[in-house]
Design a protein around this ligand. Structure first.
Ligand SMILES: [Zn+2]
Length: 110
């Protein structure tokens, strides 16, 4: 069954962009602007820079405050239905530190 809304056909076609929600601040963003954290099939929780790794995924926005909360709080535990170990948190913290450095360097893009 297909419903066609006469109004919606008018505007220029936009490609459908998949939206995802940051697990911390609950804001939605285009998927490609978010950072994917996955629970791998063996139960590790890792940052997935490709966005394509197999596993259950949770998304974090680029707000470093969200990363901090995700690392110290239980957002990822809940989203991934697992228990983050100190090692998992340490690895995510390393990624956060890397981002802090990046942020300090690039000020203008846009
Ligand atoms: Zn966020």
């Amino acid at each position: 069954m297909t419903l066609i809304h006469p109004m919606s056909a008018k505007k220029g076609r936009r490609k459908h962009i998949p939206q995802r929600t940051c697990v911390v601040c609950r804001r939605t963003f285009p998927k490609r602007e978010l950072n994917r954290i996955i629970r791998t099939p063996v139960g590790d929780v890792v940052y997935d820079p490709t966005g394509k790794a197999a596993g259950r995924g949770a998304y974090l926005c680029n707000d470093l405050a969200c990363w901090k909360k995700a690392i110290t709080g239980n957002f990822l535990d809940r989203a991934l239905k697992t228990k983050l170990t100190p090692a998992h948190r340490a690895a995510l913290r390393a990624e956060l530190e890397r981002r802090k450095t990046l942020h300090g360097r690039t000020s203008d893009n846009g």
